[in-house]
Design a protein around this ligand. Structure first.
Ligand code: IPE
Ligand code: IPE
Ligand code: MG
Length: 253
C-alpha cells in the first residue's frame, strides 16, 4: 500500500485578492461566441469578426477591472476549433500577439495578471511566445487575473489532470485516501482558483461546448443573443447585476 502522505495542494490556492462584498461575482467566465456570424451578416470575412471581437475583449476586461471582479476567464480557442479552415485558425491564433502588443502596457498599468488555461504545448510558436511574455511580465500583479482559455477543452483538461494524478499515485506522491474533490481540482489547469460564480455566453447558443465542465457544477449561467463583437460594457454590468439577485442554494434550502 502507498505510504500516507499529508495532504498537499498540487497548486496552492491563491488568497482572495479584492473582495467587493456587494455580491459581485469573484470569478466570471465567458464563452465569447458570435464573431463569425457578426462578420458574415456584414458581408465581411470571418477573420474580420475575430479582429472586432478583440476590441470587445478589451472593453470587457476594463469593465471587469472597474467592477472589481477577481478572475475573468475567456474562452478564446477550443480543442475543437482546430476543425475550422486553416486560415481561420491561424487568424485566431495570431490575435494574442496583436492583443498583447497593443494592450499589454495598459493591462500592466491596471495591475492585471495574465494566465493561460489549456494545452499550450500544441499552440504555434507565435501564440505561445506572445502569451508567455505577457504571463512573465504580469506575474507579480495582484489585481484582476485574466485567464485566456487557449487550445482549451474541458475533457482534455480532465484527462491531462487524471494522467498527472495517476503518475503521482504511482510514484507515491499521492495516496488514494487523500484523493477528494478538492485535491482532484488542484490538478486541473484552474487548480487553486475559485470555481466561476457566473458564466456568460454570448451569440445565442445555449451550450457549454466543452468549457469548464467540472468547474461549472454550481455556476450561475447568463445567456445573451448579442454576438460577441456587439457585446457591451452595459450588458456585462447587467449580467453582474442579475447575478447579484440570484439565490445560490448549492442543493440546500
Ligand atoms: C467565437 O466566435 C470565437 C471562436 C470560436 C474562436 P465564432 O467564430 O464561433 O462565431 P460564430 O459562432 O461562427 O458566429
Ligand atoms: C465555443 O464556441 C468556443 C469559443 C468561444 C472559443 P464555438 O463556436 O466553437 O462552439 P460551438 O461549435 O457552436 O458549440
Ligand atoms: Mg461559434
Amino acid at each position: 500500500m502507498a505510504m500516507k502522505i499529508p495532504f498537499i495542494h498540487h497548486k496552492q490556492p491563491q488568497e482572495a485578492l479584492q473582495i467587493p462584498g456587494d455580491g459581485t461575482p469573484e470569478h466570471v467566465a465567458i464563452i465569447m461566441d458570435g464573431n463569425g456570424r457578426w462578420a458574415q451578416k456584414r458581408g465581411m470575412t470571418r477573420a474580420a469578426g475575430h479582429k472586432e471581437g478583440m476590441s470587445t475583449v478589451v472593453k470587457i476586461v476594463r469593465a471587469a477591472v472597474q467592477s472589481k471582479v477577481n478572475i475573468l476567464t475567456l474562452y478564446t480557442f477550443s480543442t475543437e476549433n482546430w476543425k475550422r479552415p486553416k486560415a481561420e485558425v491561424e487568424t485566431i491564433l495570431r490575435l494574442p500577439k496583436q492583443f498583447m502588443k497593443t494592450y499589454l502596457p495598459e493591462l500592466i498599468a491596471n495591475n492585471v495578471r495574465i494566465e493561460v488555461i489549456g494545452d499550450m504545448g500544441k499552440l504555434p510558436i507565435y501564440t505561445r511566445e506572445a502569451v508567455q511574455y505577457a504571463m512573465d511580465r504580469t506575474r507579480k500583479n495582484d489585481g484582476l487575473q485574466l485567464n485566456f482559455a487557449l487550445n482549451y477543452g474541458s475533457r482534455h483538461e480532465i484527462l491531462r489532470a487524471m494522467k498527472e494524478m495517476l503518475g503521482d499515485l504511482q510514484n507515491e506522491k499521492l495516496s488514494l485516501d487523500d484523493l477528494d474533490e478538492q485535491h482532484f481540482s488542484s490538478y486541473l489547469d484552474t487548480g487553486g482558483l475559485k470555481d466561476p460564480d457566473l458564466l456568460i455566453r454570448t451569440g445565442g447558443e445555449k451550450r457549454l461546448s466543452n468549457f469548464l465542465l467540472w468547474q461549472l457544477a454550481y455556476t450561475e449561467f447568463w445567456f445573451s443573443d448579442v454576438l460577441w463583437p456587439d457585446f457591451s460594457e452595459q450588458e456585462f454590468l447587467q449580467a453582474l447585476d442579475e447575478y447579484r439577485q440570484r439565490k445560490r442554494r448549492y442543493g440546500g434550502i
